[in-house]
Design a binder for this molecule. Structure first.
Ligand code: SP5
Ligand code: ZN
Length: 394
């Protein structure tokens, strides 16, 4: 299988985050990526390939230009304004109650956007204290997203030339991750929502249009290509297997009937205020958002049974996706230092997850792009990824 990976993504390396009231070493570390890459490279079944560049245009279909500009410029402004060189972190958020009492929500938010104070913007464009912006963050987040888009491109090429019934899959080894990032908010170590941008890319473009957008070597010097609305080209199913609810992906597509978003996640846990089963989408999107909250004491067998039920369920079957995107978090593992189902303890479970994606009715015979999200127990990340991908290949 092809693995899309770039060393540029290692350069984003904040020293610490604020968790449970104190500074902790940054869990979303570059070592996560090298551990997975080295593990896959040590077998002869995986080819490690660099990302190409599909410009900012696909990113701007999902994220606002003011948010993107903030990510690009925040660190330099922060340092200019006397901020800690470790990077940008908020000190105050526009909490709805605070704003209601002041009676001026809209006006304050507009002021924060317009004026030059990066501390106001830091709270406006971020929802937690773990998503530090350093001088290397934008570049890494951009290239992480380009790795996912490269994965989409390779997947479409492989699918066009593959023989029926043979599983077609690609793995985008992305970092920083993406599923917590919304259209104009970062959080949960996520800046650009790699899976959401990839889903919209698949919905927007035919293979030939993808080819014409492609610039061979990644560079940040490209002008912004005009972003047009397009007629949908494909139906996309997003399967979010990260331990945490993908609040960003959910919110980006909440009012849309394509993609179909399905998430299995631990509850109650971070991000605390999203992920209930009654969050089903709204308007045209009603019924196209499926949350499966699972107790933290979920076992291997219970997890697999929940996954099987949803992938073989009526909604996934009726949706009849053309392509599947998997938000692949490995923080479901019982030993994960910041997450994990306490009784999910068998590596074989990860193999079975891959197998279910290959064999269940809702995903069977579809090309699958696996996009790396969370997972913090570094010693076994490689084993978990290898099991999912091998289970998928069969
Ligand atoms: C992509 C992704 O997995 N992001 C997750 C961000 C989670 N950040 C908050 C973690 C809270 C951990 N609570 C500490 C419990 C220690 N036992
Ligand atoms: Zn996670």
């Amino acid at each position: 299988m092809e693995v899309i990976y770039s060393e540029e993504c290692l350069k984003h390396a904040p020293k610490y985050e604020i968790l449970s009231g104190s500074a902790k070493p940054y869990f979303e570390s570059p070592q996560r990526l090298t551990a997975i890459k080295n593990h896959l490279a040590s077998t002869d079944r995986y080819a490690i390939l660099p990302p190409a560049d599909y410009t900012l245009a696909p990113i701007l279909r999902v994220h606002t230009s003011e948010f993107v500009e903030y990510l690009q410029t925040a660190y330099n402004k922060w340092v200019e304004q006397g901020g800690d060189s470790q990077g940008v972190l908020p000190e105050c958020f526009p909490h709805p109650k605070l704003l209601a009492e002041l009676g001026g929500a809209k006006a304050w938010i507009e002021t924060a956007k317009r004026d030059g104070n990066v501390l106001a913007k830091a709270g406006l464009y971020c929802f937690d204290m773990s998503t530090t912006i350093t001088g290397d963050t934008w570049n890494a987040a951009y290239i992480s997203c380009q790795a996912a888009l490269t994965g989409v491109h390779r997947l479409l090429q492989l699918d066009a030339s593959s023989s029926a019934n043979k599983p077609v899959g690609v793995y985008a080894l992305c970092r920083p991750p993406g599923h917590h990032a919304g259209e104009d908010v970062c959080g949960g170590y996520c800046y650009i929502n790699n899976v959401a941008v990839s889903a919209q890319f698949l919905i927007d473009y035919e293979l030939e249009q993808v080819e014409s957008l492609r610039i061979k070597d990644v560079s940040l010097a490209h002008p912004v290509v005009e972003v047009e609305k397009r007629t949908p080209k494909r139906k996309v199913l997003i399967l979010d297997l990260d331990y945490h609810h993908g609040n960003g992906t959910q919110s980006i597509f909440y009012t849309k009937s394509n993609p179909l978003y399905i998430s299995l996640h631990g509850t109650p846990d971070y991000p605390w205020f999203t992920g209930a089963s009654h969050e089903r989408g709204s308007g045209e999107g009603e019924g196209y958002n499926i949350n499966i909250p699972l107790s933290k004491s979920t076992t291997d067998a219970e997890y697999l049974s929940a996954l099987h039920d949803v992938l073989d369920g009526e909604t996934a079957l009726a949706f009849n996706a053309d392509v599947v995107l998997v938000s692949l978090g490995l923080d479901t593992w019982h030993m994960d230092p910041i997450a994990g189902f306490q009784r999910l303890k068998s590596l074989e479970t990860y193999w079975r997850m891959g197998e279910m994606i290959r064999t269940c009715a809702g995903t069977k015979h579809r090309p699958v792009l696996f996009v790396q999200e969370g997972g913090y127990w570094i010693g076994q990340l490689g084993d978990m990824v290898e099991n999912v991908l091998d289970g998928f290949l069969g």
